[in-house]
Ligand binder design. Structure first.
Ligand code: FAD
Ligand code: UQ1
Length: 453
């Protein structure tokens, strides 16, 4: 299936690095077992950050991460890559290097979870049992839900920053365009990093402007939803930028078909039967996304297909030994790595507390008030071009800003750009993935002690 091919194939250069490093790390590898105290589904941002946080609390080989990909990606960097601001290799590390010390890596894919018998069936046929389960497989990129997209992605001026195979094409296409129509799309489904589909439009527009091409190139953003951004404070600024720079904003237009040869994109007007055909010379597509079907088939989902957890404790509503975080969870906040900085600490703390409580033979009802709670924190660093950025940080549960720094983060700022471009990657690799960084709440409290933020 295209989804897995696109996401799992590493670059040749990275494969070579992987091979060299695999030899030196061989002795540190934990042998596979058929039973673990803690089993983690997915070695992405959520899975690695939770297992790193828990690793020191459990013995060697008691935790395992199930992850099929040999490469771990810091996906937030892909917007920078699509705009020529970073190299793709800067976003990647071999999975073997991010698996925490003492944690086993099962290089396979989960096919089915049996929460009643506390076992998991892997695609290679193995059965693995667990006491505690963390479900973090992320969101599925559903390329086939837009007719013609799979055939033309990476060709005919069509690319997507959401695909590791075509993100570099975005920068190639932006540089190649000298005249014509540049079109950027966002679907009507939930997506990870809901700002990414428009960030690349702002970056491309500034590139055309700075190269004296703007009067020859039109820039249009088509979105399947009804506003530019969910939080009013940031939406106001983004609308202003679009107006000032003559970026066309077409709300409630959902991309349903791409004809790469004819350079024609077809949109469905949401809530109607009407279709609109739009010509393009450059098309940046954000695919439709949804939950993986194995979550529903395993009986762990809410009606929408997401892992059904308590939005505060992140514990499963029906299986108290199961937790979920990140893009796969039912948390009604936007799906970002930033959200995981807060969620990973909550999952690790509550899993440990549950294990200790049950070991003592105490009833779970007495534990509930003592559990940690995720407050809905999430963030979307909105690159707007010219090395400036709107650092949107908010509580996704009450739609209110929750900013770390004591300045108005809705204003495009060079400082916010530097934080995001230089320091967040460091915080990600050395902090979050090592279990040492659980979000900016204490910095926020310290810096804002005198404000009402
Ligand atoms: P992932 O990190 O996607 O990891 C899921 C893992 O599960 C994958 O490694 C996958 O191989 C594995 N998996 C899938 N199915 C199975 C299975 N059946 N069995 C076992 N393993 C499985 N976030 C921000 O905070 N700020 C940003 O600026 C930002 N920008 C972004 C820009 C782009 C272009 C993209 C694509 C994402 C961006 N994000 C951003 C979002 C962020 O990367 C995700 O929200 C985050 O990585 C989610 O973590 P996760 O662990 O839930 O999923
Ligand atoms: C963050 O910690 C983080 O993970 C490392 C992100 O992911 C890319 C973010 O986007 C943000 C905003 C944070 C929060 C950190 C600070 C310093 C505001």
């Amino acid at each position: 299936m295209l989804t897995s091919r696109l996401r799992l194939r590493p670059s040749n250069q990275l494969l070579q690095i992987t091979k060299q490093r695999r030899v030196s790390r061989y002795l540190a590898t934990i042998p596979d077992s058929s039973s673990y105290k803690v089993l983690v589904v997915g070695g992405g941002t959520g899975g690695i950050s939770v297992s790193a946080t828990l690793a020191s609390q459990f013995g060697k080989g008691e935790i395992a991460v199930i992850e099929p990909s040999p490469v771990h990606s810091y996906q937030p960097l892909w917007t920078f890559v699509g705009a020529g601001l970073k190299k793709l290799t800067e976003s990647q590390k071999p999975t073997s290097e991010v698996i925490p010390r003492g944690v086993a890596w099962l290089k396979s894919q989960v096919q089915h979870i049996h929460p009643d018998s506390k076992t998991v069936t892997l695609k290679d046929g193995r059965q693995v049992s667990y006491e505690y389960l963390v479900v973090a497989p992320g969101v599925e990129l559903q390329w086939d839900r837009i007719e013609g997209l799979r055939e033309t992605l990476g060709k005919n001026g069509v690319s997507s920053n959401y695909s590791v195979d075509s993100v570099e094409k975005t920068w190639e296409n932006i540089q190649k365009l000298r005249t014509g129509k540049a079109v950027f799309t966002m679907p009507s489904t939930p997506v990870k990093c809901a700002g990414a589909p428009q960030k690349i439009a702002y970056l491309a527009e500034r590139y055309f402007h700075n190269n004296s091409l703007r009067d020859k190139i039109s820039v249009d953003y088509y979105t399947g939803i009804g506003k530019l951004f969910a939080i009013e404070k940031y939406a106001t600024q983004l609308n202003k930028i679009c107006q000032e720079r003559s970026i066309g904003v077409n709300l409630l237009h959902d991309l349903i078909k791409v004809d790469g040869t004819k350079k024609l994109a077809t949109f469905q007007k949401v809530g109607t039967e009407d279709k609109v055909e739009v010509e393009f010379d450059l098309l940046h597509v954000t695919p439709k996304m949804g939950p993986y079907s194995f979550i529903r088939e395993s009986g762990l989902s809410n009606p929408g297909g997401w892992v059904e957890v308590d939005p505060g404790t992140l514990a499963h509503l029906r299986y108290p030994n199961v937790f979920s975080l990140g893009d796969a969870s039912s948390c009604p906040t936007s799906k970002t790595a930033a959200a995981i900085t807060s969620q990973s600490g909550v999952v690790a703390s509550n899993l440990l507390a549950t294990a200790n409580h049950l070991e003592k033979g105490l009833p779970l009802s007495s534990l509930s008030p003592k559990l940690a709670r995720y407050d809905g924190y999430t963030s979307c660093p909105l690159l707007v071009g010219d090395k400036k950025l709107i650092l949107a940080e908010f509580n996704g549960y009450n739609a209110q800003p929750l900013e770390t720094f004591p300045y108005d983060q809705s204003k495009p700022s060079r400082f916010s750009y530097e934080i995001t471009s230089t320091y967040l990657p460091l915080l990600y690799w050395q902090g979050l993935l090592k279990g040492r960084w659980h979000g900016p709440s204490s910095i926020r409290k310290w810096l804002n002690f005198n404000s009402s933020n």
